[in-house]
Design a protein around this ligand. Structure first.
Ligand code: AMP
Ligand code: ZN
Length: 703
């Protein structure tokens, strides 16, 4: 490609990908198929590699190819990033109102705004020429860390601003980790034997401090923008108006806010927020009460610590006292021993809790948690029950220090603590507990999807000695399995027809693509996404044990500089896969695969058809359809069709779902467009027999 053309194409791709990130992550209305997004992303990676001189610092490829930093530069904040005055009682809010009445100029009237107080990390974003040029943490308020590289990996944060935004503007807000993302992150850290995070805020702060943006990119971070910075926001008369502009400019803003004219109404709003406070995707630790009229801010001024036009109200933390009846120790799929607190059931933040994870031996030792203790129970990140301290004054003499088991509680085998890990692992390859969890994982939805094989059936199959390795599934006598007793609590229940369902699912599993198989094996650190990335670079399963590609990933990492080939595979992952196949168990697994004639192949790349009724045909989708629009768009594009957003003279088909006005179809007909229904579309796609179309109504008109 010519240099000029490459430069223009890179700019176009960066803009298009960033625009689609906004549609997906901020507005929650994706307009293109995943495959198209991936295609653009891959094209951009390739072009940037060929023409590194045109690489845009705001390129979305920072997620896979940003180079690690040595450390963070310092940024001075002007004006300083202040904190908020906090209060814990409603009476303090009434006093705040009285304070404002005294301080405000005579005759001044104002409204209040109530917003959630997002519990994350304060962040300043600076845009110059409407491009993100700097992101900095609050630090001590005067000076913070330049974390631009890391913040660029957050997809909901706009990298460029639209024309109606000022050329130069600084906005401030809170970067947070989503609550369910936090739960998943901790689960995978536990499984990998690594230290977990206390709550989403710590996880967020920890992620932003990472020097390698590629790892930051995998962390579920997002942002809420709620404040003006030092430049570009002078023109707004009110806070509400400013937030509306932020939203227009593409910033993620708070999904909830209320205005009130009296302090009583403001307090009612704070109560309303309090009731809903566990329902946000971010954790909140209070409400923020602000004066809406920005013109009144200067008169009120600020203390060294905080502005005088706002107050934070902190909700009382929800914690309850209960008794720790026992500590049980579970053994995971990679042998990690996880202690679990068995509690006297109590209600906390809307649910009854009887168990809480204790993560690892260190955590128990640090808090000196003992069986029989009275403990405080909280919800970490509003979701995960956790023990937050012991009421030592209630401890009786017979309550003795807890000793973590030094053998596996299931198989009695030796346990070890590996260098650099907090976890203790059972290293017996024949441990039934590990096998049960491995088998369950093998059959899980993103692995080989064997629905009849849930946790309980896995336990029974292993306990009865019917399965000694997941691959035994391919040699089981399923007819005999029909009489297996899978009853619970003393009741008998035959496995019956489910045995045959299981047999069918196992047969289907033979044909599953490589990425699912690689995930199913259950190698530490190889999640479903990582498995896809690795599978994309290999023809078949038998290529993995001696993979030159994986060797190269490891070698390349040692080589810095230009000829580093960029693959989305991380060194850690490459090492884990090779180490697995070099282990005794991995080698045996691979040879058993060969014996069973199993050699899963890479999934076929979806290719666009060049023949058929939809090739080159402009298509517009409208009305209520029985499948998500993105799914149809993808199917049409793979069949060679072109998705259009509105009917033009180039439109061949208007696919009309339900509730489409006659005016629309008439107009289409006048332009020479054929109006067809969903059934006809499926015939054209050659996808399904028309009779099979499921009718699940999807809300709303799609275009
Ligand atoms: P704290 O960190 O507890 O001293 O509380 C003050 C901090 O709350 C501010 O510096 C902001 O980072 C944060 N904060 C979270 N949500 C908001 C919001 N909606 N408005 C203002 N500040 C907020
Ligand atoms: Zn064991």
């Amino acid at each position: 490609m010519e240099k000029d053309a490459a430069k223009a194409r890179i700019a176009e791709l960066v803009e298009e990908i960033n625009r689609n990130d906004r549609l997906y992550y901020v507005e929650a209305r994706p307009v293109i198929a995943d495959a198209d997004y991936d295609r653009m992303y891959e094209e951009l990676i390739a072009l940037e590699k060929e023409f590194p001189e045109f690489k845009d610092p705001n390129s979305p490829t920072v997620r896979v190819s940003g180079a690690p930093l040595e450390g963070f530069a310092q940024v001075r904040h002007d004006p300083p990033m202040k904190s908020l005055d906090k209060c814990y009682e409603k009476g303090d809010l009434v006093q705040f109102d009285a304070f404002l009445r005294r301080e405000m100029p005579a005759g001044a009237a104002w409204r209040y705004v109530v917003e959630p107080k997002v519990d994350g990390v304060s962040m300043s974003l600076l845009y110059e020429s409407r491009r993100l040029v700097r992101a900095a943490t609050r630090g001590n308020g005067e000076v913070g860390d330049d974390v631009t590289q890391n913040v660029r990996t957050i997809r909901s944060i706009p990298k460029t601003l639209p024309e109606d935004a000022p050329e130069t503007v600084e906005v401030r807000g809170e970067v947070y980790m989503t609550r369910d993302g936090f739960v998943k992150l901790n689960e995978s850290l536990d499984e990998a034997g690594r230290q977990t995070f206390m709550n989403p805020r710590n996880a967020c702060a920890g992620s932003l401090k990472l020097l390698d943006p590629k790892i930051v990119a995998t962390r579920p971070l997002d942002m809420v923008v709620y404040n003006a910075g030092g430049v570009g926001c002078e023109g707004f008369a009110s806070h509400t108006e400013m937030i509306a502009a932020f939203r227009r400019w593409g910033f993620p803003v708070s999904p909830w806010s209320r205005t009130a004219t009296t302090i009583e109404d403001a307090i009612a709003a704070i109560d309303e927020l309090g009731e809903n406070r566990h329902g946000f995707r971010f954790e909140i630790d209070g409400a923020v009460l602000k004066v809406d009229e920005r013109s009144l801010y200067a008169g009120l001024g600020a203390t060294a610590h905080s502005p005088r036009w706002a107050r934070a109200y902190k909700y009382a933390p929800e914690r309850v006292e209960t008794v720790l009846r026992d500590i049980t120790v579970q053994v995971g799929r990679s042998g990690v021993l996880t202690p679990v607190a068995e509690l006297e059931p109590v209600e906390l933040a809307g649910s009854v809790i009887s168990r809480a994870t204790l993560h690892n031996a260190d955590q128990i030792a640090e808090q000196d948690i003992r069986i029989g203790d009275h403990v405080w129970l909280v919800k970490a990140g509003d979701v995960i029950p956790a023990i937050d301290g012991v009421l030592t004054e209630k401890r009786t003499p017979e309550i003795v220090k807890y000793v973590f088991p030094d053998v596996c509680p299931v198989c009695g085998g030796a346990v070890v603590r590996l260098e650099g890990e907090v976890a203790v692992r059972c290293v017996n390859p024949g441990c039934p507990a590990q096998l049960q969890r491995r088998l369950e994982h093998f059959a899980s939805r993103n692995a080989l999807d064997i629905k009849a094989l849930g946790g309980r059936v896995a336990d029974i199959l292993v306990d009865k000695g019917l399965i000694k390795d997941p691959l035994d599934l391919f040699a089981l006598d399923y007819d005999a399995l029909q009489s297996l007793d899978v009853g619970e609590n003393g009741a008998t229940r035959k496995f019956g027809k489910n045995a045959l369902n299981m047999r069918d699912a196992v047969r289907l599993a033979r044909g599953m693509p490589l990425d699912r198989w690689l995930f199913a094996v259950g190698i530490p650190n190889i999640g479903a996404t990582v498995a896809k990335d690795i599978a994309a670079e290999h023809e078949r399963f038998s290529d993995l044990p001696e993979s030159a590609v994986l060797e190269n990933v490891i070698q390349n990492d040692m080589k810095k500089g230009k000829d580093r080939k960029i693959l989305p595979i991380k060194v850690e992952a490459a090492k884990a896969v090779l180490a697995f196949f070099r282990s005794e168990y991995g080698a045996a697994f691979a040879s058993r695969m060969r014996e069973l004639g199993l050699d899963p192949k890479r999934a076929e790349k979806e290719t666009v058809k060049t023949e058929g009724p939809l090739v080159g045909a402009g298509c517009v989708l409208t009305g209520t359809l029985s499948r998500p629009r993105t799914e149809y768009a993808k199917m049409i594009e793979l069949a060679g069709g072109i998705i259009q957003s509105s009917v033009t003279s180039k439109t061949r088909y208007l696919i009309a779902g339900e509730n489409v006005g006659a005016a629309k179809t008439e107009k289409a007909k006048a332009l020479g467009t054929e109006v067809i229904d969903e059934k006809r579309l499926l015939e054209l796609l050659g996808a399904v027999e028309a009779a099979e179309v499921p009718r699940i109504p999807v809300q709303g008109t799609l275009f």
